[in-house]
Design a protein around this ligand. Structure first.
Ligand SMILES: Nc1ncnc2c1ncn2[C@@H]1O[C@H](COP(=O)(O)OP(=O)(O)OP(=O)(O)O)[C@@H](O)[C@H]1O
Ligand SMILES: [Zn+2]
Ligand SMILES: [Zn+2]
Length: 806
């Protein structure tokens, strides 16, 4: 007789768990032994949750293989395609299987298993035992071993004795983080005519029953509102065979009010783009397109038409947007077009909502998924289209393990499914344009704004001139004039600065020292908390109060340097006390929903000026914004990052693009100390092509992506020599491996910030052509070092296809 064996991936971190473990499946549980089903299994001396990866049938099974303890699901929570995708994640990003699993399956599906004490069944328990308070405690609480350990020694001894005597037993209890929400439905089991007849017969005797029957005759089905129809009303109808009650899972997610908005007539360019995408959708096989549409060109409408095309074919679509763009307004736009065929997946949802939306997609109840980065893993079974909007955004790359890039996952899934993948942006990344150059992607352009107006006029303001003429304010004369004019005429302005806080650092005018974080190798940032000033570390959260007394030399000569968003806010309050100002940065958006609130307030005209960091540059559509002011463009240029020029160009173009999107003409002013820089010049001229050529040449010359790929290894440890040692060991391992012929190594060195939160950080940067050539050796070397480092109390990470260094 053959046995069912299942291979289980354990849902817990730890390098030693990075494999599939064999378990025996008892015959009684065999019917739901499907890959993607959650189980609880015995593991060493405990219970662990996991997912069935594969099912095998084998004649001989070693007696050491233990049986599965509990099967949680009837239907899988992951599709076969997702399981294979998880395996691919491991290869592509040097991830472990549990890491890949946790990236794909939402945390709301987490399961825990443990033993609970409960009275044994069918055993006669003496009355004096029953009467004791300890017995009552066990009866009510069903305690696990941890809860028992907290009891006094008397009670503990008593309980152990009862277990010996067989009065109590330990039973496995499985609990889910969040359970499906079930809703009862009432449905008619007879034809309307028969229901109406039955209603008439009950009219006087049972008017409520009659009312229910008449409703069901019209609608066929109702959600069961127990206030209106109590059980005493429903039960007789069920017994009479007229009504059926069943429970079905429903989503906890509540949609905003649906506001019908007709689809606009397409502009010429939108029509052309839509037709091109429709061709690619209909063509057999997988395809890739890059939609390069200037800011305000109406890309969203083009996406909607493509999605419509795919859905009409009976296939599914996934739309990825940056987290910030997932405002209720934006989701509302899609909802008004597509109704509840949409599912949303993003971090602002409650656990239960996420779980239910995931389940709706799995059941095929939703055919359009909208979400942030992780929505790329949505459990669609018949994928026809993936759209990555604002494709250039760094947030598509996951910072923690597994360090996946949602753009690559999108390509991978489209290839597997024979679907179209679309990358849309006003400022496509060098990577995206490279796909076009290499013939892998089709370029689709939207060169004009949907409102028919020109792109906003951009002026560069030379701040060196302002200094020379004696203006020491944050705002140039020009910016002051335009700001005043804009707000006085009832329109809105956006002021952009890519740095939060009040000032970026401190400097002593007497001795030249600044104040450093005691735990990190970085200057403290000045913040203006209620009333007073504070010094804050942006890396570890350390805080201290601010005084102008220099900690190094003791002179009262400490000054704040480098402007931040808070300083702009207070400068406006001084210059124009009547302006209504909103600020959007990490500090004002920590609370859940705060970001959405700011966007909604500004959109509704409850503020004149919005001050913000890069958060405000992404795909927001505010019709009343006339002026955009970039307070200091240089802060981004000087970052120690090979993508500093690209980021500067993208941010300037995107933020400039927030101006003049509806009926007003837009004005953008860029304040800078380096007005001649090509990234600034190109952004001001809306000249993507010139920027692209210049940047492409520099990257090719110095061999940086997209002309190679980077991987960054980082070791951190409280002792500097251990961190350095691990990085050097990794480097040596690689030099000894065959992969060294296919890559360039930048030797072990301190990372951009040498110490964060008392941990020293050392890195090794790898440059290579294709991961396939080096991946196995690199992963192998990484594991060797990581295992050792884990024992030494430190940690290692390897960011494959890294978007930044250090
Ligand atoms: N065919 C059309 N006719 C009239 N208005 C349109 C049309 N298409 C889009 N719009 C409007 O144009 C504005 C800009 O559209 P949308 O937000 O899609 O731009 P976008 O291309 O995504 O820009 P960005 O890259 O700056 O986010 C929106 O207010 C939208 O309602
Ligand atoms: Zn000093
Ligand atoms: Zn710190």
């Amino acid at each position: 007789m053959s046995h069912f064996l299942v291979e289980v991936v354990i849902d817990a971190p730890g390098l030693f768990l990075d494999k599939r473990f064999d378990y025996l499946l008892p015959r009684a549980l065999a019917s739901n032994a499907k890959p993607g089903v959650r189980v609880v299994v015995p593991f060493r001396s405990a219970w662990k949750a996991g997912v069935i990866w594969r099912v095998r049938s084998e004649a001989d099974v070693s007696s050491r293989v233990r049986p599965v303890a509990s099967v949680v699901d009837v239907e899988p929570v992951l599709t076969e395609e997702q399981l294979r995708l998880a395996e691919w994640l491991c290869e592509r990003y040097a991830a472990t299987l549990p890491e890949a699993l946790s990236a794909i399956l939402p945390g709301a599906f987490r399961v825990t298993g443990g033993l609970q004490l409960q009275p044994a069944r069918g055993v006669d328990v003496p009355d004096d035992v029953r009467a004791s308070s300890t017995w009552q405690f066990v009866l009510q609480k069903k305690p696990d071993d941890r809860a028992v350990a907290k009891l006094d020694s008397n009670a503990k001894a008593q309980i152990e004795a009862w277990v010996e005597l067989g009065y109590l037993e330990r039973v496995l209890h499985v609990s889910e983080q969040v359970q499906a929400r079930l809703q009862s439905f009432l449905s008619a089991t007879k034809a309307p005519a028969e229901l109406l007849q039955a209603a008439a017969a009950r009219e006087t005797r049972a008017p409520r029953q009659a009312a229910l029957l008449r409703q069901l005759a019209v609608s066929g089905e109702l959600t069961w509102a127990r206030k209106e129809y109590p059980r005493t009303t429903v039960q007789p109808l069920v017994e009479a065979g007229l009504v059926r009650v069943d429970e079905r899972p429903v989503s906890r997610f509540i949609w905003p009010d649906r506001e019908e908005r007709p689809a606009p007539a397409l502009t010429v360019h939108q029509a052309r783009a839509t037709a091109r995408l429709a061709q690619l959708i209909q063509a057999p096989g997988a395809h890739m397109a890059v939609v390069h549409g200037v800011t305000g060109s109406g890309k969203t409408e083009v996406y909607m038409r493509a999605i419509d095309e795919v859905v009409r074919q009976g296939r599914q679509a996934v739309l990825l947007v940056p987290e910030i763009a997932l405002t209720p307004q934006m989701v509302g736009r899609f909802y008004s077009r597509f109704g509840d065929r949409i599912a949303v997946l993003h971090s602002a949802l409650a656990q239960g909502e996420r779980r239910d939306e995931w389940a709706r997609i799995l059941r095929g109840d939703a055919s359009i998924v909208i979400g942030a980065r992780s929505a790329v893993f949505a459990p669609v079974r018949n994928l026809g289209l993936v759209i990555v909007d604002e494709e250039h955004e760094p947030s598509y790359k996951q910072e923690d393990a597994p360090h996946y890039d949602a753009r690559e996952i999108a390509v991978r899934r489209a290839e597997t499914a024979g679907a179209l993948v679309v990358f849309g942006s006003a400022t496509p990344s060098l990577w995206a344009i490279r796909q076009v150059e290499d013939g892998r992607a089709t370029l689709v352009s939207l060169p004009q704004r949907a409102n028919g107006k020109p792109l906003p006029k951009v002026e560069i303001v030379d701040m060196r001139e302002e200094l020379r003429t004696g203006n020491k304010s944050l705002f140039s004369e020009r910016l002051q004039q335009e700001l005043e004019a804009t707000v006085r005429s009832g329109l809105q302005a956006i002021l952009f600065l890519n740095r939060r806080g009040y000032a970026s650092s401190t400097l002593c005018r007497a001795c030249g020292e600044g104040v450093q974080c005691p735990h990190c190798d970085i200057h403290l940032t000045v913040h203006r908390a209620d009333g007073g000033m504070r010094l804050v570390c942006h890396y570890c959260g350390y805080e201290q109060s601010y005084s102008d007394c220099c900690p190094a030399c003791g002179e009262r000569a400490l000054r704040a340097f480098g402007i931040g968003t808070e300083q702009i806010e207070s400068a406006i309050a001084t210059l124009w006390p009547d302006f209504r100002v909103l600020r959007m940065d990490v500090d004002t958006t920590r609370k859940k929903g705060a970001m959405q609130q700011i966007v909604a307030d500004f959109e509704a005209g409850r503020a004149d000026v919005l001050i913000g960091t890069q958060m405000i540059a992404k795909g927001l559509d505010f019709p009343r914004v006339r002026l955009v002011g970039v307070v200091a463009a240089d802060t981004m240029l000087t970052l120690p990052d090979y993508r500093a020029h690209e980021r500067t160009f993208q941010l300037l173009t995107q933020v400039a693009g927030r101006a003049g999107r509806a009926d007003t003409d837009g004005v953008t002013l860029i304040q800078t100390y380096r007005p001649e820089h090509f990234a600034i010049q190109a952004a001001a001229a809306h000249d993507f092509v010139t920027f692209y050529r210049e940047e492409r040449n520099q990257r090719a010359f110095f061999t940086y992506p997209p002309f190679c790929e980077l991987a960054v290894f980082l070791a951190s440890h409280p002792a500097e020599h251990v961190a350095r040692g691990a990085a050097m060991r990794f480097e040596r391992e690689l030099r000894r491996s065959g992969a060294i012929d296919y890559m360039t190594l930048l030797p072990a060195s301190p990372s951009g910030i040498r110490r964060i939160d008392n941990l020293y950080r050392y890195q090794v940067v790898l440059k290579y052509g294709r991961w396939e050539d080096v991946g196995q050796d690199v992963t192998q070397s990484y594991r060797v070092v990581k295992e050792r480092m884990n024992r030494l109390g430190g940690s290692c990470r390897l960011d494959v296809n890294a978007q930044r260094i250090g």
